[in-house]
Design a protein around this ligand. Structure first.
Ligand SMILES: Nc1ncnc2c1ncn2[C@@H]1O[C@H](COP(=O)(O)OP(=O)(O)OP(=O)(O)O)[C@@H](O)[C@H]1O
Length: 606
């Protein structure tokens, strides 16, 4: 503060000194200007006086010469006297004298003109002199005035200068006083700060030693925390391992219970579904029903045919009002076992119009087993995300007249054949069969409608043709357990069989007969295969039909099968109904034995 005020004071003093100096210089200039103006005026005055003096002398000289001229005796008078004495000579002299006289007169008049002009000039000079004198007087009074003003100005400047000097000295005094008091304040503050500083120094030293100690303590704490974290990590990973083991044990347990449940129900299950009467007006009116169901026992079904009651016992009988969801609930455990690595076959068997397609495909409002099964499988795969990764592929074929056609191919007319897999595994495969990898349930729905469209293009009368061909939809699920790396593969075969009615018995001929024979052959082969398995025969005749040959790896021992036997409620269909139920009863007695799961940890079977 005090260091800052001193230069300020100095600057102010300098400034004042400069102002005074400037005023003095301008005063000096003004005085010089005045002296110069006075000298100039004196000069002008002297020149005027000189001119006036010269003019006066000139006028005086002219006046004297004029007077001299006047005093001279006139020449004319003398000439006149001479003429009177000597006549010719005198006359000439007279003429000459007269001539001279005229010249003189002219000279006189010239002189008098000149004199007049000089007088005028004199008057003008006098006027000029008086004008100049007036001007001189004006100048003098102006100079006087300027002098006075200058003196006043000088006095004012002097006063200003004195005032400024006084002010500056007052100001610096004041400032000095302020500085002095500030200095005193600072000195007292400095004196009070010294003990604080001392205190701070002590504190700083103690803090420094604390910080040094803290860094040692901090490093030790970090080491300890690291050790504890490592310990915690080990504990957590141990706990994780433990949890994983528990989870795997739990999964195995779940699977075992699931298998036990399925096995309790049987690895081949024969269910029957009685179709309701349709309100289309095309069917015969429902009369006293010849199909008798037992509400107390859902495994019993009786048919009164040709006056005789035939009783059937199956795994389950679905009554006409059973919904699509209720049907699926019953077979859901079997369907889900393919996610655990089992091969599953679900057949819909029955005469034309008994409801096979309705049960398998269903309608847009009431989806059947196919869509519900695929949706459930995708939901389960989604639930297992993070523990398992799955790949799903789908193929669709039609078997008509013992010829296999790919329903997903661009050329569905192409005939396909079943061959042994060239990898030597003994597995069967169909060269050229398209197996589409699918990522979502929506994608599957698209493929299903493509297959349906392709099937429809095979013939003009789709209903007739579809009744006489088998439609097979196969979904292959390959799952990998992320923790163990083990791979499981399961297959779900969904088969809408051709109509089982005995057309050949009605005397069908030609193509129709051939079709009927082929259908009969394949359905018969299916029955024989199941019977051979039941009897645990060494040889199972899979090759007797394209259908059983194609499904060989899914029908064999250790797999799961559901046969849904569809029953028409119509009186006119009773003969076929009895045949279908006989077939069901036969198959129902077959036991496939415990199911086996396909796990690829070295391709062993559990
Ligand atoms: N449970 C049911 N509830 C309502 N309608 C049904 C049911 N079962 C079948 N239907 C209807 O009966 C008719 C015949 O069924 P569907 O076409 O499924 O028989 P199908 O056995 O598949 O015949 P095809 O062998 O000719 O294909 C269809 O109109 C179908 O919608």
């Amino acid at each position: 503060m005090e260091g800052g005020d001193q230069p300020l004071q100095r600057d102010e003093n300098e400034d004042l000194r400069g102002k005074v100096h400037h005023l003095e210089t301008s005063l000096q200039d003004k005085v010089e200007q005045l002296v110069y103006a006075k000298g100039h005026m004196d000069n002008i005055q002297w020149r005027k006086d000189e001119e006036t003096r010269q003019l006066q002398e000139k006028v005086e000289r002219l006046r004297l010469s004029l007077e001299n001229e006047k005093k001279r005796p006139p020449d004319v008078q003398y000439v006149t006297q001479t003429v009177e004495v000597e006549s010719p000579t005198l006359l000439r002299s007279l003429e000459e004298a007269e001539e001279r006289n005229r010249t003189l007169q002219e000279q006189v008049s010239d002189h008098s003109e000149k004199c007049q002009r000089l007088e005028e000039q004199l008057h003008r000079s006098e006027d000029l002199t008086s004008t100049l004198q007036t001007k001189i007087l004006a100048y003098e009074s102006q100079i006087e005035k300027l002098k006075e003003e200058l003196m006043q100005e000088i006095q004012q400047l002097e006063a200003q200068k004195d005032e400024a000097i006084k002010e500056a000295s007052d100001c610096s005094e004041q400032h000095m006083e302020q500085l002095r008091s500030q200095l005193l304040g600072m000195q007292s503050r400095l004196a009070s700060l010294q003990p604080i500083l001392k205190n701070m120094k002590t504190n700083y030293n103690s803090l420094r030693s604390q910080v040094r100690n803290f860094s040692q303590f901090y490093e030790a704490s970090i080491r300890e925390a690291r050790r504890q974290i490592c310990h915690a990590f080990t504990d957590v990973s141990e706990a994780n391992k433990d949890l994983l083991q528990k989870y795997q044990r739990e999964m195995q347990l779940r699977k075992r219970y699931h298998d036990q449940l399925v096995e309790l129900k049987g690895n081949i299950r024969v269910l029957s579904r009685v179709r309701p009467h349709l309100d289309t007006g095309e069917e015969e009116a429902p009369g006293a029903s010849a199909i008798i169901t037992d509400t107390a026992d859902d495994t019993k079904l009786s048919v009164v045919y040709k006056g005789k009651e035939r009783n059937f016992t199956l795994d389950k009988v679905f009554l006409p009002h059973t919904t699509q969801e209720e049907v699926f609930q019953e077979i859901e455990p079997v369907v889900m076992s393919c996610i655990h690595g089992y091969n599953v076959c679900i057949f819909a068997y029955g005469q034309t119009g008994s409801g096979k397609t309705y049960t398998m495909e269903g309608t847009a409002e009431n989806p059947g087993i196919n869509q519900q099964a695929l949706q459930a499988l995708f939901q389960e795969m989604e639930a297992r995300r993070g523990l398992w990764s799955y790949s799903v592929s789908l193929s669709m074929v039609e078997i008509y007249n013992e010829v296999i056609r790919d329903l997903l191919s661009k050329d569905p007319q192409e005939k396909l054949d079943i061959k042994l897999h060239p990898d030597g595994s003994g597995q069967l495969h169909v060269p050229g069969l398209i197996s589409k990898e699918v990522k979502s349930f929506r994608h599957i729905k698209k493929l299903l409608s493509l297959g349906k469209r392709n099937r429809a293009t095979f013939c003009t009368n789709m209903n007739e043709r579809s009744s006489r061909s088998h439609a097979l939809l196969t979904i292959t699920l390959t799952g990998q357990e992320l923790s163990s790396g083990s791979v499981t593969t399961g297959k779900l075969n969904l088969v809408d069989l051709a109509g089982s009615e005995r057309v050949w018995k009605s005397g069908a001929e030609g193509e129709r007969l051939k079709e009927a024979q082929n259908i009969n052959k394949s359905l018969l082969a299916l029955g024989e295969v199941i019977q051979a398995l039941r009897a645990k025969q060494g040889h199972v005749p899979f090759r007797n039909s394209k259908l059983t040959y194609l499904l060989q790896d899914s029908l064999g021992k250790g797999n799961k099968t559901v046969m849904m036997v569809q029953v028409s409620p119509l009186e006119s269909n009773l003969g076929e109904t009895v045949c279908s139920l006989n077939f069901a009863q036969r198959v129902c007695k077959v036991e496939l034995g415990p199911a086996s799961r396909k796990i690829d940890v070295g391709r062993s079977e559990i």
